[in-house]
Design a binder for this molecule. Structure first.
Ligand code: NAD
Length: 490
């Protein structure tokens, strides 16, 4: 592997915005010095959109959406299929940009595969009937229910996995006939801007997908813009409150995909090897625990507790840790210095307040990794279920393992949180799988499985993990308005 194999293309080094089909620099929000998590060194700078750029992006979207809506369904479906092909052709490049964006190891950075699949799936809906006709009291009347796009929609992505969110939100938004103003986080702008370029290369109208990297101010300007008729927001609960408040100004509808704090329940009849490996990769290892689907609370039935914990810790200690650009590394850095400090703060608080017993990890990494943002995979046992360690989303490589005796106790503990995004169950008992899956308060329950985000499956939260769904028919409907037309007949 040479330096050239891992370099950011010169064109993207200035972190341009993409508005109306053109790269935009000298944006009014200034620039942000992006730091590479693997080394702690400034890697590139990115433009930050302010109100003028948001304004331009929305007006470009208005024009492009008119053109998009005027195309035949065959032409729109074909071009979204072409876009899926183009994203597929650029997988390696997009994966590399993901690594630079947020320090996910290259080995685990192929998020564009999902983007491609979502585009293909939603392209298939474009020429399928969603509308209905039904008989009404005046039986000779024609009563039609049909669906229309909103117009211009705002899609706000988090820094972790922006390509996955592009699949979950931009693909259905386009298939529904909308234009998109995509606002990535300043912490992860490269892959979204490259996606915007690929949209143009594939033949989408200029301005149909605009990419305006920004932080909170740009996000607020987008949400408050009267020309934006729908917001799809993915991020944390605190930001969601601010987004919903801003959206209330124009009563703009919001889909909210928020954080999780998933429980994984491992019963004594489970395949313990599979459960321990899945817990390690869905827990502290995958994206260094920086995933909304992170299994951060692992509940293990008494009889298999020791065996599970031994295998779980062995898997964790077997992975190669290092610079995320190295092809053999499975566990990389967390996104920023402030994230590393926050995560270590959660660990220190847990130790100092006696909220749990530290089984492994617990520190920033030293030696050649000291300059990057590396936090050891960290496991606590004997935890206080009411403590912040257990009740809050740590969003880092920190998990808690807990024993349980009875099924009802496991369900109660798993549900004892304000979050409800997803949950995992490991059991070989089919009856138990059905029973427990139904009782868990979560939008997705994965049984004997890792986190399966699939185009066909609606994904989204119960409780404070959000509302609305991404994926499946429900995900398309988030981007459509329903209109009823009744034509009287005499
Ligand atoms: P965040 O809430 O800090 O930011 C999310 C996005 O909102 C970013 O683009 C950010 O720039 C923007 N933003 C920040 N303040 C804003 C404001 N006041 N108004 C408008 N926009 C604003 O979240 P993050 O740290 O980027 O991402 C991590 C969070 O996202 C975690 O909680 C994680 O669980 C969640 N997440 C959820 C899903 C899901 O599908 N449910 C997927 C990925 C991440």
């Amino acid at each position: 592997m040479t330096a050239a194999d891992t370099a950011i293309p010169d064109r993207l080094r200035s972190g341009p915005l993409l508005i109306g089909g053109d790269h935009v620099t000298d944006a009014s929000g200034g620039t942000y010095q992006h730091v590479y998590p693997g080394t702690g060194q400034v890697n590139f700078s990115t433009e930050i959109a302010g109100e003028p750029e948001i304004e331009l992006a929305v007006s470009s979207g208005v024009e492009a959406q008119r053109e998009w809506a005027s195309w035949t369904v065959d032409k729109r479906r074909a071009i979204l299929m072409d876009l899926a092909d183009a994203v597929g052709d650029h997988q390696d490049e997009l994966s590399l940009l993901n690594v630079h964006d947020y320090g996910v190891p290259r080995l685990m950075s192929a998020n564009g595969v999902l983007t491609e699949r979502f585009l293909r799936y939603y392209a298939g809906y474009i020429d399928k009937p969603l509308g209905t006709t039904s008989h009404v009291e005046a039986s000779s009347a024609l009563n039609i229910t049909e669906h229309e796009p909103f117009g211009v929609v705002g899609v706000i992505t988090p820094w972790n996995g922006p390509l996955v969110v592009i699949g979950l939100a931009v693909a259905p938004a386009l298939a529904a006939g909308n234009a998109v103003v995509l606002k990535p986080s300043e912490l992860a702008p490269l892959a979204p801007v490259r996606f915007g370029e690929i949209c143009l290369e594939a033949g989408l109208p200029a301005g149909l997908v605009n990419v305006v990297t920004a932080g909170a101010d740009g996000g607020q300007a987008l949400v408050r813009h009267p020309g934006v008729s729908k917001i799809h927001f993915t991020g944390g609960q605190k930001t969601a409150r601010s987004v919903i408040q801003a959206a209330s100004q124009n009563l703009t509808p919001v889909t909210a995909e928020l954080g999780g704090n998933a429980a994984m329940v491992v019963f004594d009849d489970a395949d313990i090897d599979a459960a321990a490996a899945t817990a390690a990769f869905q827990g502290p290892l995958g994206q260094s625990g920086q995933s909304c689907a992170c299994a951060s609370r692992i509940l293990i039935q008494d009889d298999v507790y020791e065996e599970f914990v031994e295998k779980f810790l062995a898997t964790i200690s077997s992975v190669t840790i290092g610079d995320p650009l190295r092809p053999d590394v499975m566990f990389g850095a967390v996104v920023s210095e402030s994230a590393a400090e926050r995560i270590v703060g959660v660990i220190d608080d847990a130790v100092n307040h006696g909220w749990g017993k530290l089984l492994s990890g617990g520190h920033r990494m030293e030696g050649e990794l000291a300059e990057g943002f590396f936090v050891e995979p960290t496991v606590f046992s004997e935890v206080n279920d009411r403590s912040p360690l257990v009740q809050q989303e740590t969003f880092g490589p920190v998990v808690a393992v807990t024993r349980f005796t009875h099924e009802a106790e496991a369900v109660r503990t798993a549900n004892d949180t304000v979050y409800g995004l997803n949950a995992y169950v490991f059991t070989s008992n089919l009856n138990r799988a059905h029973r427990v899956a139904r009782k868990l308060e979560a939008g997705s329950v994965w049984v004997n499985s890792h986190s399966d985000i699939e185009p066909q499956s609606p994904y989204g939260g119960y409780k404070q993990s959000g509302f609305g769904r991404s994926g499946g028919l429900q995900g398309l409907q988030e981007f459509l308005q329903v209109k009823n037309i009744r034509i009287a007949a005499n």
